[in-house]
Design a protein around this ligand. Structure first.
Ligand code: NDP
Ligand code: 8X3
Length: 241
């Protein structure tokens, strides 16, 4: 492979928060970005800002067929993926387990677990063919430290952490790195989504806290992606200061 060609990062959930900041930073650094998410209008707007090195693909990551179709139809100049950033995810609700909404639980499992697994399983063979790659999965401190109402969200993120280590076990010697990045409180649209559009309630979550910024996570993803290949960063936990 010609090492002068720009590298490509495939980012799930690039319409907001960490994913959007990551797309902007990698674009600035000269990478090609494949930006994905359900909201096509936001993707088009971001793609316009990023320019010709960016490819917007709108699909729901929890829909297996859509993930496979999107990857199968990648144009040849975008199908050598150096980094897959499995970032799309969400928390819904903060009710205790006896009151929580089962549809919310389904959606978190479908997105945070199944979506991440679909993207990984679909893109991994391309990385194996290229003999290099890096999968960076967005876990959370909620996967290690339980809190009331975290129930299924925390469970999905514990899956991400353990799945990352198991992927690593399968990929040793194949030139593919795997990292689980596990942040704490960061101000994005995360809480607005969790509280179903209640911005006032969402803003209370970050009151009097020095929160993590999306740009902090983007910089960490860039740092992880640019380490020498003789090391693998297994797991990074970042909490608000
Ligand atoms: P945002 O709500 O700002 O962004 C979430 C992104 O995920 C959006 O781009 C959204 O795109 C995408 N997404 C959600 N569901 C789907 C779906 N079914 N298909 C495709 N894309 C989807 O939140 P954050 O940036 O904070 O969250 C990013 C990741 O980081 C998540 O996995 C979250 O769990 C994790 N995280 C967040 C923390 C925080 O405090 N903010 C801390 C630790 C981890 P669209 O709606 O357009 O589909
Ligand atoms: C998001 C961080 O602490 O709100 O994963 O669950 S937390």
């Amino acid at each position: 492979m010609n090492s002068n060609l720009p590298k490509t990062i495939f980012i799930t959930g690039a319409t907001s928060g960490f994913g959007k900041a990551t797309a902007k930073l990698f674009n600035e650094k000269g990478w090609q970005t494949i930006i994905t998410g359900r909201r096509a209008d936001r993707l088009e707007e971001l793609a316009e800002e990023l320019g010709q090195n960016s490819l917007p693909l709108s699909f729901d990551v929890s829909d297996r067929q859509s993930v496979q179709t999107a990857v199968k139809n990648l144009p040849p100049n975008f199908n050598k993926i150096s980094v897959l950033c499995n970032n799309a995810g969400l928390a819904l609700g903060l009710e205790g387990a006896d009151n929580a909404n089962l549809d919310d639980w389904d959606q978190m499992i479908d997105t945070n677990i199944k979506g991440l697994v679909y993207a990984t399983r679909t893109i991994l063979p391309l990385m194996i063919d290229n003999g290099e790659g890096h999968i960076i999965n967005l876990g959370s401190v909620a996967g290690s430290y339980p809190y009331p109402g975290g129930n299924v969200y925390g469970g999905t993120k514990a899956f991400v952490s353990q799945f990352s280590l198991n992927l690593r076990a399968d990929l040793v010697g194949k030139g593919i790195n795997v990292t689980s990045l596990e942040p704490g409180l960061a101000e994005t649209e995360f809480s607005i989504v969790r509280f179903k559009g209640d911005r006032e309630k969402a803003s209370q979550v970050y009151k009097n806290t020095k929160v993590i910024k999306p740009e902090d996570i983007a910089e960490t993803i860039f740092w992880v992606s640019t380490r020498p290949k003789n090391i693998n960063i297994n797991r990074i936990e970042i909490m608000a200061g």
